[in-house]
Design a protein around this ligand. Structure first.
Ligand code: MG
Length: 395
């Protein structure tokens, strides 16, 4: 990672991609409470036009980005004086413009923003897992030739980023990602056969969008985070461990060669890692809740059940295989979760469908963003075929 120079106390312009989502709204909350330290340069949404218009009226960005030309026409009438852009082109051009691009676009679509912001030498506050998971090799090569930098917004990686401050890479033994374990942490195999969509959508700690909440229930979210950690912190797959920590107070840890472990703790509030990613290397008030150690506070840690939550194995396998395997995994997971959210099969079937789709993967070398786009498309087609066959079997 490249720690670019930041002029302290200067006002920074921030573009928020995925402004209507959970991270986007919390980012606007951070900016609202920042005493003018940040100014919203641009806002983008995929579908939530009404939310975008309301946000734009409050924050007066220079630019808004919507999905297509038709949406752009609707928005233009409501937001006179604001530059309305659309589509991939709109995302790319806009991501290259502000000091910070906060990428909280859901899914593979976020890749555009990541590539463009980094190529322009900007700070990327990254909340989109897929762009790094799918396009890791490409992002790495862009970073080599640019002054761009990634500060992770995901709570685990933000924690690790904090634990690593001031340490030498050779001193790091392993990164330890914590996971709340999701809503089915203690469910037995029989119960897991009958879990409902509503149960899977009710996360015990964090309030997030539907896709990431399902990913949390299968531990696929953690699996993608393992891949992301490998990319962000330049470590091997076997240097990233996952530990279940139901209280979600320790957001992740780093274990060092001398046996020391440094943990980052805070109340589970995404505004904190968002504010960290915007402000780094400075830390700013307002604080987002303080842990009170004078009251009893019990922290527990346990190993994940890899035999039940098989997603973690997929991640370690994908890292080992490389050559597009993480991209394939991320794409098929998106397709399977989308279909699950349309009630097409049971929660427990998610694993078998991902496994069948992974069997269809052929390694490729990813050199250009277009290579990732092609691989992503192919993975989605193959995965849809797997799902169609599953339905036709009448399961
Ligand atoms: Mg996370």
């Amino acid at each position: 990672m490249n720690m670019g120079e930041v002029e302290r106390l200067d006002m920074k312009t921030v573009s928020i991609f995925g402004a209507s989502g959970s991270i986007g709204k919390q980012a606007l909350d951070v900016i609202r409470n920042s005493n003018g330290r940040y100014e919203v340069y641009a806002l983008s949404v995929r579908q939530s036009i009404d939310t975008l218009i309301a946000q734009a009226r409050e924050f007066r960005p220079k630019v808004v980005v919507v999905a297509d030309e038709q949406a752009a026409r609707i928005v233009k009438d409501d937001l006179p004086g604001i530059d309305v852009r659309f589509g991939d082109e709109g995302l790319s051009s806009t991501a290259a413009e502000a000091d910070v691009a906060l990428n909280s676009v859901v899914g593979f679509a976020g890749l555009q923003v990541t590539i463009s912001a980094l190529a322009a030498g900007k700070r990327l506050a990254l909340a989109n897992k897929e762009s790094l998971v799918a396009a890791g090799p490409i992002v790495r090569s862009i970073l080599k030739n640019s002054s761009g930098e990634i500060i992770p917004v995901d709570s685990e990686h933000a924690a690790i980023h904090q634990c690593l401050r001031g340490s030498n890479k050779n001193e790091v033994k392993s990164l330890i990602l914590t996971s709340s374990g999701g809503p089915f942490r203690t469910s037995d195999a029989e119960e897991l056969n009958f879990v409902t969509k509503d149960q899977a959508l009710s996360h015990p700690i964090w309030s997030m969008g539907p896709k990431i909440t399902i990913d949390s229930s299968t531990l696929m979210n953690k699996a993608l985070e393992v891949i992301e950690a490998v990319e962000l912190f330049d470590v091997r797959g076997d240097q990233v461990d996952v530990v279940i920590h139901p209280q979600s107070v320790v957001h992740s840890m780093v274990s060092f060669v001398d046996g020391s472990v440094i943990a980052q703790m805070s109340k589970p509030n995404m505004c904190l890692p968002i504010a960290y990613a915007l402000g780094y290397p400075d830390r700013f008030e307002p604080e987002y809740g303080t842990l009170d150690f004078k009251n009893p506070i019990a922290l527990s840690f346990e190993a994940p059940r890899m035999d039940v939550f098989r997603s973690l194995n997929y991640a370690y396998d994908a890292i080992r295989i490389g050559r597009g395997a993480p991209a394939w995994l991320s794409a098929v997971n998106e397709v399977v979760v989308d279909a699950f959210l349309r009630d097409e099969f049971r929660w427990i079937d998610i694993f078998a469908l991902i496994e069948s789709s992974m069997e269809l993967f052929d390694p490729v070398d990813l050199e250009q963003p277009e290579d990732v786009v092609m691989l992503d498309k192919l993975a989605r087609v193959r995965c849809q075929e797997v799902i169609d066959r599953w339905h036709n079997r009448g399961l």
